[in-house]
Ligand binder design. Sequence first.
Ligand code: ZN
Length: 157
Amino acid sequence: MTFFADAMLGKLARWLRTLGYDTAYQSDILDADLVQQVLHENRWLLTRDGYLVQRKVLQGRSTLIRSDDVREQLGQLHVELGLSLLLNQSTPSRCAACNALLESLPPEKATALVPPVVAKQYQDFVRCPHCHRLYWPGTHWLHLQQQLTALRARAIR
Ligand SMILES: [Zn+2]
């Protein structure tokens, strides 16, 4: 499933990318352009705009997000679209910042690009070919996994 997150949902877009979902996002886009991109790229629209989801062309391919809270938003997608909210891998597969697929980077190459303490502690590095951000399974990653575990537990109730 590939998504298009509207301008109100930047944080959700980052989470979905971290979870591995191809998620387009633009902070400033005209409704007409947004609709065209959703249709052209065959994406599922996530929006906070109740008028947008009433458009005929978007019916059956959009979800009206009810909450402003990103945890509630993920919970809604978990329940309504069956998103697993699972981080299976030790590193992310998609860049949270720009949606590109990440490429693994050999530790010997990563050593020059990260703080020495990180190079010493981690083996798995991935890099974004588009914006060159580097990712590794640090404490941030563990924190994300804990948050998702809590979310899944909450959604079941
Ligand atoms: Zn990137």
